[in-house]
Write a protein that binds this ligand. Structure first.
Ligand SMILES: NC(=O)C1=CN([C@@H]2O[C@H](COP(=O)(O)OP(=O)(O)OC[C@H]3O[C@@H](n4cnc5c(N)ncnc54)[C@H](OP(=O)(O)O)[C@@H]3O)[C@@H](O)[C@H]2O)C=CC1
Ligand SMILES: Nc1nc2c(c(=O)[nH]1)N=C([C@H](O)[C@@H](O)CO)CN2
Length: 242
């Protein structure tokens, strides 16, 4: 049986493209998705095992982990792609405490708590594989913050730190790395003004698309000597200085 790779939040866009690419490369892919979307059926049609999972639902997470342990003896990789790009609440709304708390908790739950739980539970199955990877999909803003997505950025920073901890804890059997994209793919509702502003933030001034992440995932899977690293897919954004 071909090596099994789990990827979370794969119902659309970058995760969907990555799942299809890995399947085409010969891996057995188990893709989790939260909402039924066209991309999920596309994955089924491609022979990908699709599993409905809200990673913030602890009961669903527990059932998922039990399912994996019942059906697989080893895992080639786990890719934590699931994400909710939620902006902070508008600050002029009074008594934002409960709203701020909800947003902060939601960001930590999807981006840090779920990968922490899944990695610790599935580490033994990864260790059974001759080569194994955990890949955290973080974000450029994990290293510099964000004025409008503070909670999101903080949670991606937590995921970055988990990369270092799991790399230390699971070596030498499991490689653990992060991919930190800046702009890779716009959203459908992004305005032309937003797109122009976003493109101008990087030196290379382009929207590379989903293949940029899929190529980086493939590179990490093929490497035998990279762990505890953050691969920055940012078009030179940090150097785009006045
Ligand atoms: N697009 C870009 O330019 C950039 C992307 N990234 C990162 O790359 C990754 C992929 O990005 P992209 O494809 O644009 O992401 P999207 O926001 O388009 O998709 C995220 C996916 O995660 C799923 N998801 C959200 N919350 C949960 C949850 N609680 N449980 C399970 N699944 C959940 C969503 O499911 P549902 O369909 O149900 O909402 C959705 O399918 C993300 O980690 C993102 O933060 C980082 C920087 C730039
Ligand atoms: N879960 C998501 N995270 C992020 C997205 C997205 O669409 N979904 N988009 C971005 C932006 O492209 C940003 O990097 C540039 O404006 C960041 N994270």
């Amino acid at each position: 049986m071909s090596d099994v790779i789990i990827i979370t939040g794969a119902g659309q866009r970058l995760g969907l493209h990555c799942a299809l690419t890995l399947k085409q490369a010969g891996f057995q892919v188990l893709a989790t998705y939260r909402s039924e979307k066209a991309g999920v059926q596309q994955m089924r049609d491609a022979g990908i095992n699709c599993y409905q999972l809200d990673v913030c639902d602890t009961e669903q997470l527990s059932e998922f982990i039990s399912h994996i342990k019942q059906h697989y003896q080893k895992l080639r990789a786990v890719i934590h792609n699931a994400s909710d790009w939620r902006a902070d609440a508008i600050t002029d709304v009074s008594n934002n405490v409960s709203n701020d708390a909800a947003i902060y908790d939601a960001m930590q739950a999807v981006h840090a708590k779920a990968p922490y739980i899944i990695n610790r539970a599935l580490a033994p199955l990864l260790a059974n594989s001759s080569v194994a990877d955990i890949i955290h999909i973080t974000d450029f803003v994990a290293s510099v913050g964000s004025s409008k997505h503070m909670a999101y950025a903080a949670s991606k920073s937590a995921l970055t730190n988990l990369t270092f901890s799991f790399a230390r804890a699971l070596a030498p059997k499991v490689k653990v790395n992060a991919i930190a994209p800046a702009l890779l793919m716009f959203n459908q509702d992004d305005s032309d003004a937003y797109k122009t502003k976003a493109l101008n933030k990087s030196l290379l001034q382009l929207e590379p698309g989903a293949n940029e992440m899929a190529n980086c995932v493939t590179y990490l899977l093929n490497s035998r000597y990279i762990t505890g690293k953050v691969l920055e897919l940012d078009g030179g954004r940090p150097l785009n200085l006045p």
